[in-house]
Design a protein around this ligand. Structure first.
Ligand code: ADP
Ligand code: GN1
Ligand code: MG
Length: 366
């Protein structure tokens, strides 16, 4: 059923009156709408119907969001010249409860943010400057959250980047073969299976106490960084998965998405490859902000991170395909299989350039 956007908008304490609302953005998880207000001087808004199949406890998710955005806002206030409404997400309270979310008559959860105006976002990255800026933005984000007071953030999706658990699920789904797709995807399944042991290294380093859990974003897809019209990074969005994690998760996912010469789901696999100069520029930006805080093991394994995150996504897309497409939004039958094939092609390109990826990090952190 098409939701009544105007009605949902009216449930929040926004300034301005509803002029129009339409679907917005490339997200795979929530239903996102841009609301335009009638008054020129009022902000526009982003209204989201939240995916509560993916995020099982929305009040806890929103509690994280409130803590994180409040902390970032307080940091920004202390920096002269910052533009708070554009450099940080602003949640709008619900009229009835004062919470940062609201439930409709059908039990759907909604939330609303100020729309960050005149922003740019990029699915693929075509200049070294943008990659460098993106690296700095993610490094800064981690640094700003390092002293978040209070209890650890809730794990909004348990074991989100835990590849051992992801692989357990993958094998369970193969066993069940609910959608009857296992036989036709045997080649793709084998690509996952033959790398299983290699991909557990980050978890092993964590278990051995060699790398610490920090507060990470965990969904640093490049389009979750908003830029201004001069291509300076403004802010990170999509804060649903901000929670304890290893820095490799953020470094890896940003490189996975920024350095790919093709789209995440590109069907022409000959177009898919990692642009190592984008990797280098991103790493330079990221390390400019974090080199002083990362330990030696964290730095040593940065080059491995893009391979891991690409592998995790390949595994998740294939799992969802074999499970009958229950998690990601898809645009056509076989979309998740296509995403998997494209990510495996990207992983192979990274594997072919891995020695150089290591040399680059060594030369930057010298
Ligand atoms: P999903 O988890 O489904 O990816 P996001 O929270 O990333 O949802 O939002 C989807 C899209 O909406 C983003 O990719 C971005 O284009 C846009 N968006 C989200 N929040 C804002 C905001 N505050 N200002 C402007 N655009 C936004
Ligand atoms: C989802 O929300 P969005 O579209 O930025 C997913 C990420 C994947 C990404 C792949 C909560 O991100 O983990 O990397 O798709 N988010 C969640 O495109 O599962
Ligand atoms: Mg997103």
């Amino acid at each position: 059923m098409v939701p009544d956007i105007r009605k949902q908008f009216s449930c929040f304490l926004a300034e301005g009156t509803f002029l129009s609302g339409e679907s917005f953005g490339p997200g795979h998880i929530h239903d996102t709408y841009r609301i335009i207000t009638a008054e020129k001087e009022c902000d526009d808004y982003i209204l989201q119907r939240l995916n509560n199949k993916v995020f099982k406890d929305i009040p806890k998710l929103q509690e994280n969001m409130e803590r994180v955005t409040t902390h970032l806002r307080n940091k920004l206030i202390a920096i002269e010249g910052s533009d708070i409404k554009r450099e940080c997400l602003t949640l709008i309270p619900s009229r009835s409860s004062g919470h940062s979310w609201h439930t409709d008559d059908e039990g759907n959860f909604w939330r609303m943010f100020i729309f960050i105006s005149d922003h740019r976002s990029y699915e693929q990255v075509d200049t070294l400057d943008k990659a460098f800026e993106g690296g700095k933005a993610i490094g800064r984000f981690q640094a700003m959250l390092a002293d978040l007071p209070g209890n650890p953030l809730h794990e909004t999706i348990p074991d989100f980047h835990d590849i051992r658990k992801r692989l357990d699920t993958f094998h369970r789904v193969i066993e069940k073969d609910k959608a009857g797709r296992v036989a036709e995807a045997q080649k793709e399944i084998d690509e996952i299976i033959r790398r299983e042991e290699e991909m557990k290294i980050i978890l092993r380093l964590g278990d051995e106490g060699k790398i610490p859990l920090r507060i990470t974003h965990n969904d640093t897809k490049f389009n979750n960084i908003l830029f201004d019209i001069n291509d300076r990074a403004l802010c990170l969005i999509d804060l649903d998965t901000v929670m304890p994690g290893y820095v490799h998760y953020d470094f890896g996912d940003a490189v996975r998405t920024a350095s790919n010469r093709a789209a995440e789901d590109c069907a022409d696999l000959s177009q898919v490859s990692m642009d190592i100069s984008i990797y280098e520029a991103y790493a330079r930006g990221y390390l400019a902000e974090t080199a002083g805080t990362l330990n030696e093991a964290e730095k040593e394994y940065l080059p491995f991170a893009p391979k891991l995150l690409t592998y995790i996504m390949a595994t998740r897309f294939l799992t969802d395909y074999l499970d009958g497409d229950t998690y990601y939004k898809i645009k056509y039958p076989g979309h998740n299989l296509q995403r998997n094939k494209s990510q495996i092609a990207l992983l192979k390109s990274m594997e072919a350039q891995y020695d150089r990826m290591i040399e680059i990090i060594n030369s930057i952190s010298k």
